[in-house]
Design a protein around this ligand. Structure first.
Ligand code: MTE
Ligand code: HPA
Ligand code: MOS
Length: 780
């Protein structure tokens, strides 16, 4: 269809540099720079502080501590355990302690150096094991599952157990955290935010200022990448800018430098997981027991929801008759970890893919066959460990197609041959599935609002609660609005997201931006079309009462409105809108949507948390240099299910980008702190995100065609996060290459990310084991 592929609505503006991000907004002459003085200690008592010298610096307009907060000193989004400015103690290096507003950044830095503060360092908890040893738990242990795992493990023919570490990940959005606050009359304030969650930013700004929400407007034009890092943590910088704005009565912009952003903000949660699996001679899983431990950092943030999604994805794409998952969230003295693409899903799935990989190696089978054997079924073996039925299961279909199109079997043979011929270079191959649940697991968040207005020149302005962070949401919304009105997309503009237009929205997260907001926009347009059709019916019938137009026969198509049965009765869309105004018809309407049919019992861990599942699979081939630990991704094939895609070009972009971001997580992105809890990897020279060199040399992505998802807008499927987890195929391809060192008879030591260091150590250990006992299967 020709309308299917308009480019991203901001693509032109992005490449010409015209796109306005918060830092590009024209500055008022009264505007001040805001900076943050943050804790140099991971854990310390604040004995005393003296701000007088800092306050006396010429050009400095305010230096604030927690005492200067007019409202609540709180910015925890779910649990109120996160002070806006440290009070009495600091709990991580990078925690905000004081705020400074000055005429230039230089004067702010000068003031910062004159702040006198006496810290008394305290013991810091810097790892999950530390936290476990000191019983530093957040919330309670949770569990879910079914069957009798203990009994089934005892009677299983084979049992393996192990431990897996998965690392943290820095979001590395191109636009660092930023907010510009502009004072209005009396207590009013407008916040120009880079936030995935404008309504929550509004709530927290109102709370720290001690004002009602109707005095705070949050506007988000676009975000320079969020990836979950601005689902809650865009709120922080907005609160700080708002406090400085209130204190000075001037516009204030706070924009973090890259290093500060990396030091101050939370990351993907690292996990320490344990598993035990019982299976039969064919590799069929009989029982799996999984324990998940996450590093929450110093405050709760979204840690419980993230752990919940990890638990709900610990089954991967596999039916396990007896399964139990227990989880604990641990508090440490590090920045509070937060949402990151996949939201715990990747951490949970990495454990199950490790289980499958080990079962296959133990039985000397190709892991692809063990995967196929254990996929959820279509008629039976199709309920998850939390009781939701896997409907419209596309795993088998995608597997069969991708195995064929990627030429998996033939390449496996070629790789085995290559590995026999090369001592220092090894190749590996892996196929891994994604089955990702779509819906916020916090069920009430599955709602959206819209406000659609039509002007009497026939142009249309669409407001909705979702934010544009590069993922193409506004483009898709524009297409949906154009299709509903039957007009060309250039009539439609999507405004900046604005809390005064659409209130009480969820974050743009959980990949559900288009599903939710698209449906709300459609709902609003339905209301408008009803009104317009009714008025137009009257107009048509007035002209010639001998012909009767029926309201239900009014058609919106090709920029015209017509009577389906009497096609001569028709009018150009713009002309009709002019008439609507003369006829006193309201041309603005709100729309609303809530996802139907979902809900679950969080305590029992059973129910239907997800509206549907998104499926996909990836086959990756890796070449590993055993002498340097360097990895080349030679080829990746992906087949991903986006339903009837609203915009295939944009969805392909999400698949490419999600996969490559996942490759970063599983290979080179390693976060390190020193023994005192200072981040060592706080800039791009020490923290290695993927570059153009790390993209697979041969990269073949397709969207599954011809499988609509009828209960969702446009019969499409959410696509934002699921492709991230396809990168587990790259991770296991590397492990497969290492495994070739021991002729696939030894279990390589492995963790995530598989950095060069991890690879070299693993090779070393494999070679040592080979010297001791040439052919032995390690079962741990
Ligand atoms: N794509 C781009 N370009 N930039 C982003 O920040 N965030 C991802 C994904 N794709 C992101 C992105 C995350 S974490 C989510 S939840 C979804 O987009 C959110 O948008 P959606 O619900 O509209 O897909
Ligand atoms: N995904 C993303 N964000 C969320 C979720 C989720 O499932 N639940 C609460 N916030
Ligand atoms: Mo995405 S991690 O749900 O913002």
């Amino acid at each position: 269809m020709e309308m299917k592929q308009p480019p991203h609505e901001s693509a032109w503006l992005h490449v010409t540099g015209e796109a306005v991000f918060v830092d590009d907004m024209p500055a008022s002459t009264r505007q001040l720079v805001g900076t943050v003085y943050y804790s140099p200690h991971a854990h310390a008592r604040i004995r005393s502080c003296d701000l007088s010298a800092a306050r006396a610096v010429p050009g400095v307009h305010a230096v604030l501590s927690f005492r200067d907060i007019p409202g609540a000193n709180q910015m925890g989004p779910v649990v109120h355990d996160e002070p806006c400015l440290a009070e009495g103690e600091v709990h991580f290096a990078g925690q905000a302690v004081f705020l400074i507003a000055g005429e230039t950044e230089d004067v702010c830095l000068k003031a910062e150096r004159l702040i006198r503060v006496e810290f008394e360092p305290l013991d810091a908890i810097l790892s999950i094991n530390d936290a476990i040893a000191r019983n530093s738990m957040l919330g309670i242990q949770r569990s879910m599952g079914r069957g009798s795992v203990g009994v089934a493990l005892k009677s299983a023919p084979h049992v393996l157990r192990g431990e897996l570490l998965t690392g943290a990940q820095e979001h590395w959005y191109l636009e660092t955290q930023v907010a510009l606050c502009v004072p209005g009359e009396h207590r009013e304030i407008t916040v120009h935010a880079s936030s995935q969650n404008p309504s929550e930013t509004q709530t927290l700004v109102a709370e720290v200022l001690g004002v009602p929400k109707n005095e705070v407007v949050v506007e988000v034009r676009r975000i320079g990448g969020g990836f979950g890092g601005k689902e809650t943590q865009g709120n922080h910088v907005a609160c700080w800018a708002a406090l400085l704005c209130r204190a000075t009565g001037r516009p204030v912009k706070v924009r973090l430098h890259r290093d500060d952003d990396m030091i101050m903000t939370g990351k993907r949660h690292r996990f320490l997981s344990r598993y035990e699996v019982g299976f039969d001679d064919d590799g069929r899983l009989l029982a799996v027991q999984i324990e998940l431990n996450s590093d929450a950092g110093a405050a709760t943030d979204l840690s419980h929801a993230i752990m919940e999604r990890a638990m709900l994805h610990a089954d991967g794409a596999y039916f396990v008759p007896h399964m139990s998952v227990v989880s604990r969230v641990w508090r440490t003295n590090l920045p509070s970890n937060t949402a990151f693409r996949g939201f715990g899903g990747p951490q949970g799935m990495a454990v199950m893919e490790t289980v499958i990989d080990r079962v296959a190696r133990f039985l000397r089978k190709d892991a692809a066959d063990v995967r196929k054997l254990n996929f959820y079924g279509t008629e039976s073996r199709n309920t998850t460990h939390y009781g939701q039925t896997v409907e419209n299961n596309r795993l088998h279909l995608i597997y069969d197609r991708l195995m064929a199109s990627s030429d998996y079997r033939e390449r496996r043979r070629a790789i085995d041959e290559f590995n026999r011929a090369h001592e220092f270079l090894k190749k590996g191959l892996a196929i891994t599935p994604v089955k990702f649940g779509i819906s916020f697991t916090t069920t009430f968040l599955n709602q959206a609002g819209a406000l659609v207005v039509v002007y009497d020149d026939g142009t249309i302005l669409v407001n909705h609660g979702g934010t544009e962070m590069g993922q193409g949401l506004h483009t898709k919304i524009r297409q949906i609005a154009a299709a509903e009105f039957g007009v060309s997309i250039d009539r439609i503009k999507v405004t900046a997201t604005d809390t005064s237009k659409v209130p009480n929205t969820p974050p743009t997260a959980a990949s559900s931006g288009t599903d939710l907001n698209g449906a709300a926009v459609k709902n609003a347009i339905g209301t408008l079309k009803d009104r317009i059709a009714e008025a137009l019916t009257v107009i048509f019938n007035e002209k010639d009462p001998s012909v009767r137009t029926d309201k239900n026969e009014i058609l919106f198509q090709n920029d015209r409105i017509s009577d389906r049965r009497h096609p001569h009765r028709q009018m150009e869309f713009a002309e009709a809108m002019g008439l609507m105004r003369l006829r006193q018809i309201s041309l603005s309407a709100t729309g609303f949507y809530r996802t139907p049919g979902i809900g679950w019992d969080k305590v029992k861990g059973v129910g239907r948390p997800f509206h549907y599942y998104a499926f996909g699979m990836g086959v990756s081939e890796a070449l590993v240099d055993l002498l340097t630990g360097h990895v080349d991704l030679l080829r990746t094939d992906i087949l991903h299910d986006a339903g009837d895609s609203v915009n295939p070009g944009i969805d392909m972009g999400q698949v490419y980008g999600g996969y490559v971001q996942g490759v970063g997580w599983v290979t080179t992105e390693e976060i390190r702190w020193d023994a005192k809890g200072h981040l060592l990897t706080h800039s791009p020279d020490t923290y290695k995100i993927p570059t153009a060199h790390d993209i697979p040399k041969d990269f073949r992505v397709s969207l599954l065609q011809g499988f609509p998802n009828p209960t969702v807008i446009g019969s499409s499927k959410a696509v934002g996060e699921p492709p991230f987890m396809l990168a587990l195929s790259a991770w296991l391809a590397i492990k497969d290459a290492l495994s070739a060192v021991g002729n696939h008879m030894l279990e390589p030591e492995f963790s995530l990310p598989a950095t060069s260091e991890v690879i070299l150590l693993s090779v070393d250990n494999l070679k040592k084991s080979l010297q001791q006992k040439p052919i032995k299967v390690l079962t741990k």
